[in-house]
Design a binder for this molecule. Structure first.
Ligand SMILES: [Zn+2]
Ligand SMILES: [Zn+2]
Ligand SMILES: [Zn+2]
Length: 158
């Protein structure tokens, strides 16, 4: 985690920004919750636990700055809330999401998988692909297991 913070610090420096203690507190929360998709309010509440002096506006500005520097990506899963998601280091494009319509879980696919699609878009639409957002909506493996389990139990009960 420390080396990751060090690299983010360098990224900020090369864009002429400093990693102030407030910014560092925000970055730490993002790293500690790398698997989650936190809204600005979520990040703020977590930052506040350790640094009660930091306000929501500061956290919000930091998140916007990190978004500009491509340290985080902003994503909306259709509930109208912007969520901040750490970009995998060195990834050219944003990762994909699997949103479960049963339990609301959000899983990630870090592999791009879209090389062929991107090639078609660039060739047929003369469109230079810089990034993308891909969200699948469906039923996660956990919910599928649960349904299977429940139908087995039901059969036994009959
Ligand atoms: Zn994600
Ligand atoms: Zn891609
Ligand atoms: Zn599910």
């Amino acid at each position: 985690m420390e080396s990751r913070i060090e690299r983010i610090k360098k990224q900020l420096h090369s864009a002429s920004y400093k990693l102030t203690p407030q910014r560092e507190a925000t970055v730490r929360v993002l790293l500690e919750h790398e698997e989650d998709h936190l809204s600005a309010e979520d990040v703020y509440l977590l930052v506040k636990e350790k640094s009660p002096e930091i306000g929501l506006a500061t956290v919000y500005r930091t998140l916007e700055l990190l978004n500009e520097l491509k340290v985080v990506d902003k994503i909306n899963f259709g509930d109208g809330v912007s969520r901040y998601d750490l970009r995998q280091e060195g990834a050219a494009h944003f990762h994909h999401h699997l949103v479960c319509i049963e339990c609301g879980a959000v899983d990630e696919i870090q592999e791009d998988l879209l090389d062929e699609v991107e090639a078609v878009v660039e060739r047929d639409w003369k469109f230079q692909v810089k990034d993308h957002r891909l969200t699948f909506h469906g039923i996660c493996w956990r919910c599928q297991e649960k349904t299977k389990q429940e139908s087995v139990e039901k059969q036994h009960a009959e």
